[in-house]
Write a protein that binds this ligand. Structure first.
Ligand code: GAL
Ligand code: ZN
Length: 702
């Protein structure tokens, strides 16, 4: 009997492992966040299992009074749905769902696979991930599982199917969140190694092509049978830190991303098979988290959602959530949902500051301004138990409707009034910044110079656009470039020929391109190109870089320019010794040995212009003047003069143009307006300027 069971399991596991995996796009039309004939989703992440049943009605009544119409539920409730293998219990949630119609609240269900029940770990210990030091994770946190484990995949498929079958016709259920915050754990078990070997084999087909792709002639690392492939060491400090082959490391990161995408795909297929077409599928992303390619993960989703927790230390200018939103919108080039957002002081062991009056509201408006079409706070009420006792919700432990709750309910009321204007609008940017996972992964463990952090490189430009009031899309290098007047390809260390060709074409056809330090060093398997930098992009950039160097604080260089900025700026971290060939030099170094090299160049190429910045400036003003020049070249006009700390963003579409202004400071600020308009939240006409109070916001139809 026992043997028979093992045999059946083995067959099932083999079947799972050998199934051909591809991201099949079905014929179904993707859904948008904003329901066509309904109201925008506004609500909270709720855990009925955390509170006595007697409290449920009170909570729902308070949600209704706040103007909420949606809750996300159940993403950690696997053990309640399936207390022992194959025995499903839905009654507890059904009882809660029964209450919802009378409060007009809909439900997004989470597939609960981010936390495995204890019985899974106990019965199938191979489902637990192994850390890099070879130790297996001890069950008891979240994200404990190995994504290569056939058993885990099967169990996840079974619970997903059981939930889908049970809830497919429930009138309150409108959509699904897969798992929770995909990323890791990166698992180093033997199954992962074997799966990696299979994946590599499928990618390279022959050992010869693998060996040349990875450059295994170095250190005598030739691979003679597929079984010799190991999980490379890609992280860590010191002599034996990141000592693995860079090609193997890049593929290991691609592989790990793929494992997550495949895992989600299994669930998506089931939900699409079982549930009505009207159910959407989404996932809650984590902005710049580097482990999983969100472009790949997003292909299976109707729209993306994300989790925004901007309140940590002192109030700041809030570049980060804006930039994150612009990436989240860029994943599918459409509007997104906020699935979790700061509702109070956050932290596990320690918590940080409390959002100040007005801050919860302005955090929401910032996301709305960048394309959020729905707003869900994490969480409803602060939990009295578990690791997140200090991760505060709209309500405190006491469950009373106090200040944070009232602020959220103010947002809900205002959003409802704005809905008619918002429908059909999104951000339509003229500026695109490339966001490239391959370069991010290539730089991991091999940044070239210590401070070379991909997202940090993007931030320098992004923040200057933000200060200029210019909207930006963060886009996939595979996206269509023709809709942009200006493209930034920053820290593009991996530059496949195809992308170089696409960028050159873009400039030739009239685009303005900005590239910078370390562009074009490597090919797609992480080998250095046998080319003088910036490789194939020399065509549109009109420069040649024969040498370069890391710059340490003891010998920072000064850069001056009479064309770009006044005074001098400081070049830090890294410089290229770039020689203008057809490009004109826009700035100069002040050192004798760098006289022939240019830190900033501009090149006319075809109908467009290629800029290159072979330095990193310590001063923001450098980026402000650079961006000003780039915008001029691209024919993009700035339309507003913003005081420091005021953010502007436009949503357009359906014949409407909405201007959002957000005061991120704790002082009153006056903004001069392009023309006198009606402010939509207050429904009042402005003068030629508007005064925004502390954390104040305003929305205008232009
Ligand atoms: C998110 C997660 C939530 C909750 C929150 C606070 O990352 O999705 O489940 O844990 O953080 O820690
Ligand atoms: Zn594993």
């Amino acid at each position: 009997m026992h043997n028979k069971k093992i045999f059946i399991w083995l067959i099932l596991i083999c079947w799972v492992l050998t199934r051909n995996f591809s991201i099949a796009q079905d014929n179904r039309n993707e859904m948008n966040v904003m329901p066509e004939n309904g109201s925008m989703f506004i609500g909270v992440d709720y855990y009925p299992e955390h509170w006595p049943e007697e409290r449920w009605k009170t909570d729902l009544q308070m949600m209704k009074e706040a103007g909420f119409n949606v809750v996300r539920l159940s993403e950690f409730a696997w053990v309640l749905f399936e207390p022992s293998e194959g025995n499903y219990e839905f009654a507890w949630l059904d009882d809660f769902l029964k209450l919802l119609p009378q409060y007009d609240i809909k439900v997004i269900l989470g597939t609960p696979t981010a936390v495995m029940p204890a019985w899974v770990a106990r019965k199938y210990p191979e489902t637990l991930a192994t850390m890099e030091n070879g130790q297996q994770i001890v069950w008891g946190s979240r994200k404990n599982n190995c994504f290569s484990s056939g058993t885990y995949r099967l169990l996840s498929e079974r619970i997903t199917r059981a939930m889908a079958e049970h809830y497919k016709d429930h009138p309150s259920v409108i959509g699904w969140q897969t798992d929770n915050e995909f990323a890791g754990p990166v698992c180093y078990c033997n199954t992962c190694r074997n799966t990696f070997q299979d994946w590599v084999r499928e990618r390279y087909i022959t050992l010869d092509s693998l060996n040349s792709a990875w450059g295994t002639h170095f250190w005598g690392h030739k691979i003679q049978t597929w079984g010799e492939i190991q999980i490379p060491k890609c992280n860590g400090e010191g002599r034996w830190g990141a000592s693995g082959n860079p090609g193997a490391c890049l593929d290991w990161m691609r592989f790990n991303s793929w494992l997550n995408v495949r895992f989600q795909h299994d669930q998506v297929q089931i939900i699409r098979d079982v549930c009505p077409q009207s159910h959407f599928i989404t996932h809650n992303l984590m902005s710049f988290h580097p482990e999983v390619s969100y472009f790949d993960l997003g292909k299976d989703l109707d729209f993306v959602s994300w989790d925004n927790y901007p309140v940590w230390n002192k109030p700041d200018l809030s570049y980060e959530p804006a930039m994150a939103a612009d990436l989240m919108r860029g994943i599918k080039q459409k509007n997104f949902l906020i699935m979790e957002q700061t509702a109070g002081p956050s932290g596990w062991g320690n918590f940080f500051r409390n959002p100040r009056p007005g801050e919860i509201r302005k955090i929401c408006y910032q996301q709305l301004a960048h394309g959020a079409d729905g707003q869900i706070w994490f969480r409803w009420r602060t939990c009295t138990a578990g690791r997140e006792q200090y991760w505060h919700g709209l309500l405190g432990h006491d469950g009373r409707a106090l200040r944070r709750y009232k602020e959220a309910s103010q947002v809900a009321t205002e959003y409802r009034n704005l809905e008619k204007y918002l429908t059909g609008t999104t951000v339509k940017a003229d500026v695109g910044i490339l966001y490239d996972y391959t370069s991010i992964w290539s730089l991991t463990g091999q940044p070239g110079f210590v401070e070379n952090i991909y997202v940090q490189a993007l931030r320098r430009y992004y923040q200057a656009f933000y200060r200029a009031g210019i909207n930006v899309d963060l886009i996939n290098p595979e996206a269509d470039f023709s809709r942009y007047k200006l493209l930034v390809a920053s820290d593009q260390i991996v530059l496949p020929d195809q992308l170089a060709g696409k960028l050159n074409d873009y400039v030739r056809q009239g685009g303005v391109l900005l590239a910078d330090c370390r562009t074009g060093v490597k090919n797609e398997t992480n080998l250095a190109w046998e080319r003088t930098l910036p490789g194939k992009l020399s065509a549109s950039l009109g420069i040649e870089i024969q040498e370069y160097e890391a710059v340490t604080p003891d010998f920072n260089y000064k850069v001056y320019s009479n064309r770009l900025f006044e005074d001098t700026v400081t070049a830090i971290h890294y410089i290229d010794w770039a020689i203008p060939v057809s490009a004109e030099s826009m700035a100069a170094f002040d050192q004798w040995h760098l006289k022939n090299f240019s830190p900033v160049t501009r090149n006319k190429y075809g109908n467009g212009t290629g800029w290159y910045v072979g330095m990193i400036a310590a001063e923001e003003t450098f980026y402000d003047s650079l961006i000003e020049n780039l915008l001029k070249d691209a024919g993009i006009e700035t339309y507003i003069n913003l005081p420091v700390g005021i953010e502007a963003s436009l949503r357009e579409g359906n014949g409407k143009r909405l201007l959002f202004l957000i005061n991120h400071t704790e002082e009153e600020q006056t903004v001069i307006l392009p023309e006198i308009k009606k402010e939509l939240i207050s429904d009042k006409k402005t003068g030629k300027s508007i005064v925004l109070g502390v954390f104040g916001v305003a929305v205008f139809e232009l």
